[in-house]
Design a protein around this ligand. Structure first.
Ligand code: C2E
Ligand code: MG
Ligand code: MG
Ligand code: MG
Length: 287
């Protein structure tokens, strides 16, 4: 504690910074324990082909089932996992588990176009992503084309030259690659042209205000058009209402994901939708 260390001594932190540093340290320690204790689970959110209404696949989203605090969402721990390097182990677990689940579904007769897994910037830069992915696919026995890796626009643009190589290696393996949260970072269109990717996921901040702000509508339409001109699929994330869904038809957005169809769900809840045992019907309560 800095208190009581008067004149001339160093104060490394302001009191509130000290609190934050401590909080971070505590979070880091509990994260380490959580990894050991296997407290992480994957939830899966269906992705729907807008034209046919068919479920094309799911996105795996990690949750921390804390024994005392309940479900903790990734935004609260992925940043610290990134900074501390714990993401390497956690990310490998997520990848392995998603591939294993994809194979389990296939064995139940549920064939999805792809299961998507999020990669953070550090996973993408530090780990020879293609090698990690190749091993996970091999271990699970999953065909590479059935896996989709999602990387945010800001993560790929951080070091676009290196990204270009890693993306090429991933594509050479046969896995699909989507740029996540597209439109919120800065993109070099020159790089975007050269990136061997397969999909753009339009960030949910544009979708949220699609029907309120004509500029967001224009941006969304422009992203869909650009994706198509580049030979990529366009997916809108965060679609919450039927009206947003209808809007996305006109520019020909290929896929949608969002609460209007389903939130991310645990395996046992999402499986009946994937098998067709239950129909996934757009929710009309949100307008
Ligand atoms: P993301 O990949 O962009 O995932 C979309 C987020 O939007 C998810 O939040 C999802 O639950 C949420 N979402 C889905 N539909 C709707 C909707 O209709 N409305 C709104 N408002 N939100 C919706 P979640 O699960 O909390 O994940 C947050 C972020 O954490 C993800 O953003 C992704 O960047 C990261 N993340 C999640 N799982 C992993 C993982 O396994 N590894 C890594 N590295 N990052 C992950
Ligand atoms: Mg994602
Ligand atoms: Mg996203
Ligand atoms: Mg995001």
């Amino acid at each position: 504690q800095a208190k009581g260390q008067g004149g001339g001594t160093h104060r490394f932190f302001l009191p509130n910074m000290n609190d934050r540093a401590l909080e971070r340290l505590e979070l880091e320690q509990s994260l380490r324990l959580a990894i050991e204790r296997q407290e992480f689970r994957l939830h899966y959110q269906p992705r729907i082909d807008l034209e046919s209404g068919r479920i094309t696949g799911v996105e795996a989203l990690v949750r921390w089932q804390h024994p005392d605090l309940g479900t903790i969402h990734p935004d609260e721990f992925i940043p610290v996992a990134e900074e501390t390097g714990l993401i390497d182990g956690l990310g490998a677990w997520v990848l392995g588990e998603a591939c294993r689940q994809a194979v389990e579904w296939r064995e139940q007769g549920i064939v999805l176009d792809s299961v998507a897994v999020n990669f953070s910037a550090r996973q993408f830069r530090r780990q020879r992503p293609a090698e990690v992915v190749r091993r996970a696919l091999e271990k699970a026995g999953l065909e590479p084309g059935r896996l989709e890796i999602e990387i945010t626009e800001s993560a790929v643009m951080q070091d676009a030259g290196v990204a270009l190589e890693s993306l090429a290696e991933l594509r050479a393996l046969g896995v699909q690659v989507a740029i996540d949260d597209f439109g919120t970072g800065y993109s070099s269109l020159a790089y975007l042209k050269r990136f061997p990717i397969t999909k753009l996921k339009i960030d949910k901040t544009f979708i949220r205000t699609l029907l309120i702000d004509p500029k967001d509508a224009a941006i969304t339409e422009a992203i869909v058009a650009m994706a198509h001109s580049l030979g990529l699929r366009a997916c809108a994330e965060g679609v919450e209402t039927r009206k947003q869904l209808e809007f996305l038809r006109a520019p020909g957005c290929d896929e949608v994901q969002g609460y209007v169809f389903s939130p991310p769900l645990p395996v046992e809840q999402v499986t009946p939708y994937l098998s067709g045992e239950r129909a996934l019907i757009p929710d009309t309560t949100g307008g």
